[in-house]
Design a protein around this ligand. Structure first.
Ligand code: ADP
Length: 604
C-alpha cells in the first residue's frame, strides 16, 4: 500500500498537510527526523503512516499516559494494531499486552520512557524487528526546554542496546534553536531531516489584559462565550478551587482539575469535558497534555504561566479544529512572584544539585520572556513567533495589541528615576523592592538596608506599582537594565543605561490610548453547516462513544461531522469521500450516520 492509500484507508484523509509528506518520505527512505510542528498540525500521522508501511514494529516513546491512551484508542478504532505499556495498567493486563507484543502482534507500541529499562520489555525488543523509534514531545530531553524529564535521557541507552540502528524520529510542538540542537545531540540523531513547519496558528486571537479584578474579567469572557467550550488555566490548585466554585455559583457548567484531586474525580471531570457534558474546565497545567478535544473555543490564563513554551502549548489547545478561537491572559504582577516561588520550590532527587540550580536559572530566564509578553505593546503574535525563531510581522490584526490604539509616550524622566534608583540601591534590589523604594514604602527590609535614606526614595510616589513594573520591564526588554538569574533576581545597569542617565538617549514606550476592538481578522474555515443536522450527528456520535466508552472525537472529529453536513452522503461511496472517514470507520459507523442524514434529507 502506498502512503496515499494508507492516509485514506486508515485515517480517512485525501491530502497531506504542510510538512507531513516530506517527513513520511524521508522516514521511508531510512532517514532520522527532527520535526517541530505546532499543536494540531498533525504530527501523529507523520510517524503512524510510515509505521504501518515499514517492515517491523514502531516504538513510540511518550511521556503521558493520557496521550498514549488516546492515540491507541484512535488507532484501534481505525483498525490498526497498537498498544500502550505503562505503569497505570493493571499488572496482568500489562503482561498480556507484552506477551502479545513479543509474539509480534502489534504494529505500533507506545511506551513510557521509564519502561525502556524493563527486562521484559527488552525481551520484546530483542525478539522482534524494530523499524523505528519515535520520540514524542521530544523537547522533554532537553534541560533547556520547558518540560525536562530526566527519564528521557534513558532513551539513548535504550537505542544503543539494540544491535542494529532503527530509524529514530523526534517530534515536538515547541522548541527553540537551543532545544532543537539539544534534541539532536542528546538523542544522537544521524543526519536528521529537520523541519519546522511554522508556529503561527492564524485562527487564534491573542489578548493580554491587566484587570483590576481578574474574576470580573473572567466572568465577562465566559459570559460572552456561553455555551461554548473553554479552559481556564490557574497557577495554583487553590485558585482552581476558588475560580471553579465562583463560576459554579454563577450557574456556569464548570468543573475543576488538578493533581490534588482523587484519581476518580480527575478522570470523571476530564471525561465530562471531553464528552461535552460541562462547558468550562478550570485547571492547573496538569490538565490538557494529550487531550485532543478539537472544539475548545477559548483558553483563558487566570495566572501567567512560567514560560512562552507552556503558554503557547496551553493556549494552543484552543481551536484545534481550525475554527476562530480566543487565547486570553489575565496578567498581574503577583503572577511573576508566584512563578518565581514555584521555580525556587522545585526539588528533584534524580539530578545533581548543581544541575538543578542551572535549570532553575534557565527557568527564571524563560520567565522573563513570558513577563515581557504580558507587558509589551507590539503585536503579541509576532512576539511569540520571534521567540520561536520565526520572522514576525508588524501587525497581525488578530491580537489585542494590534487592535488597540497606542501612542508613543516619552518616558525618559521616569526611566532616569528608575535607573538612578537601581544605581543608588547598589544594583542589588529586585523589581518589587525597587518599586517600593520609588513609591516611598517604609518596609522593614527598606529601613534595615537604608534605602529610605537614598535620594530616589519616594520619587515616584504618585505612580502605581504596575506602571513602575511596566517601565522597568520595558527597560529590561530594551537592555538598559539586566535582570540576574539567581534565586533573588536583582536589577543591574547595562552600558546603555548611562546614555539615558546623562540624557543622551530618549526612551519611549507605547501606551494605550484606547482599545478599539475591530472585528477580528481570522481565517474562518467554517463550512456552511446545518446546525440541526450537526447537533443530531453529534448526539449520534455521543451515543456510540458512550457505548464504547471512548471520547467522542475519536469516532469522528467535529470537522468530519461538519463535512458530513456539507456533503450529505447517503451511499458508502459518498460517505468515504467525507474528510476523516476511512474504510474501517465507514464499515463501523457509516450506516448509523447515513440513517440520520437520509432522515434529514427527506424532511428538508
Ligand atoms: P498534533 O499531534 O500535531 O497536535 P494531531 O496529530 O493530534 O496533531 O492532529 C490534529 C488533528 O488533525 C487530528 O484530528 C488529526 O486527525 C487531524 N489531521 C492530521 N493530519 C490530517 C490531514 N492530512 N488531513 C486532515 N486532518 C488531519
Amino acid at each position: 500500500m502506498d502512503k496515499y492509500s494508507v492516509l485514506k484507508e486508515y485515517f480517512g484523509y485525501s491530502t497531506f498537510r504542510k510538512g507531513q509528506e516530506e517527513i513520511i518520505d524521508n522516514i521511508l527512505s531510512g532517514r532520522d527526523i527532527l520535526a517541530v510542528m505546532p499543536t494540531g498540525a498533525g504530527k501523529s500521522l507523520c510517524y503512524q503512516i510510515p509505521a504501518l508501511m515499514l517492515k517491523g514494529i514502531t516504538i513510540v516513546v511518550s511521556p503521558l499516559i493520557s496521550l498514549m491512551k488516546d492515540q491507541v484508542h484512535a488507532l484501534n478504532d481505525s483498525g490498526i494494531r497498537a498498544v500502550y505499556l505503562n505503569s497505570s495498567m493493571p499488572y496482568n493486563e500489562y503482561l498480556n499486552a507484552l506477551d502479545l507484543a513479543i509474539q509480534g502482534y502489534f504494529k505500533i507500541v507506545y511506551v513510557a520512557p521509564e519502561r525502556l529499562e524493563n527486562p521484559r520489555f527488552l525481551d520484546f525488543v530483542y525478539s522482534n524487528p524494530i523499524s523505528m523509534i519515535t520520540i514524542d514531545e521530544a523537547h522533554c530531553v532537553s534541560q533547556w526546554g520547558h518540560d525536562f524529564r530526566p527519564s528521557y535521557l534513558k532513551i539513548v541507552d535504550f537505542i544503543s542496546k539494540i544491535s542494529y540502528r532503527p530509524i529514530v524520529t523526534a517530534f515536538t510542538a515547541t522548541a527553540t534553536d537551543k532545544v532543537k540542537k539539544d534534541i539532536s545531540n542528546i538523542l544522537q540523531l544521524k543526519n536528521p531531516y529537520t523541519i519546522t513547519t511554522g508556529f503561527d496558528r492564524q485562527n487564534l486571537y491573542f489578548e493580554v489584559q491587566h484587570p483590576r479584578d481578574k474574576f470580573t474579567a473572567l466572568l465577562d469572557i465566559v459570559t460572552k462565550n456561553k455555551g461554548k467550550c473553554g479552559i481556564v488555566y490557574c497557577g495554583t490548585r487553590k485558585n482552581v478551587e476558588e475560580v471553579c466554585k465562583r463560576l459554579q455559583d454563577k450557574s456556569f457548567k464548570a468543573l475543576r482539575y488538578h493533581a490534588g484531586l482523587t484519581n476518580e474525580e480527575r478522570i470523571n471531570n476530564q471525561n465530562c469535558f471531553i464528552y461535552d457534558k460541562c462547558d468550562i474546565m478550570v485547571a492547573t497545567n496538569a490538565f490538557g497534555m494529550g487531550i485532543d478535544k478539537s472544539n475548545v473555543s477559548y483558553v483563558v490564563h487566570y495566572n501567567m504561566p512560567k514560560n512562552i513554551e507552556s503558554y503557547y502549548q496551553e493556549a494552543g489547545r484552543a481551536g484545534r479544529d481550525g475554527e476562530p478561537a480566543e487565547c486570553i491572559l489575565l496578567y498581574s504582577a503577583s503572577d511573576v512572584s508566584l512563578n518565581r516561588f514555584l521555580i525556587d520550590q522545585t526539588e528533584n532527587n534524580e539530578i545533581p544539585l548543581e544541575t538543578l540550580e542551572k535549570i532553575k536559572a534557565q527557568e527564571r530566564e524563560l520567565l522573563k520572556y513570558m513577563t515581557f509578553y504580558c507587558t509589551i505593546t507590539n503585536c503579541l503574535r509576532s512576539y511569540i513567533l520571534k521567540y520561536f525563531g520565526e520572522k514576525g510581522m508588524t501587525s497581525c490584526l488578530n491580537c489585542s495589541n494590534c487592535l488597540s490604539n497606542y501612542v508613543d509616550v516619552d518616558i525618559t524622566i521616569d526611566s532616569q528615576k528608575i535607573l538612578s534608583c537601581v544605581y543608588r540601591a547598589n544594583q542589588s534590589v529586585s523589581i518589587a523592592v525597587l518599586s517600593s523604594i520609588l513609591r516611598g514604602r517604609k518596609t522593614e527590609l527598606i529601613s534595615e538596608s537604608g534605602y529610605d535614606r537614598i535620594s530616589t526614595f519616594g520619587i515616584m510616589k504618585d505612580s502605581t506599582d504596575m506602571y513602575i513594573r511596566n517601565v522597568t520591564n520595558h527597560l529590561v526588554l530594551h537592555k538598559y537594565l539586566y535582570q540576574t538569574d539567581e534565586r533573588y533576581s536583582v536589577l543591574r545597569l547595562t552600558k546603555l543605561a548611562k546614555e539615558v542617565l546623562v540624557g543622551d538617549t530618549k526612551v519611549t514606550m507605547k501606551t494605550l490610548k484606547s482599545q478599539v476592538k475591530k472585528s477580528k481578522v481570522v481565517k474562518n474555515t467554517n463550512v456552511n453547516t446545518n446546525d440541526s443536522l450537526f447537533d443530531t450527528l453529534k448526539s449520534v456520535r455521543q451515543n456510540i462513544a458512550n457505548v464504547q466508552s471512548i471520547p467522542a472525537y475519536i469516532i469522528f472529529s467535529d470537522a468530519t461531522l461538519k463535512d458530513m453536513c456539507k456533503k450529505l452522503p447517503v451511499t458508502k461511496n459518498e460517505f468515504l469521500r467525507v474528510s476523516g472517514v476511512g474504510e474501517i470507520k465507514m464499515e463501523k459507523y457509516g450506516e448509523t450516520f447515513m440513517k440520520e442524514i437520509r432522515k434529514f434529507k427527506s424532511k428538508n
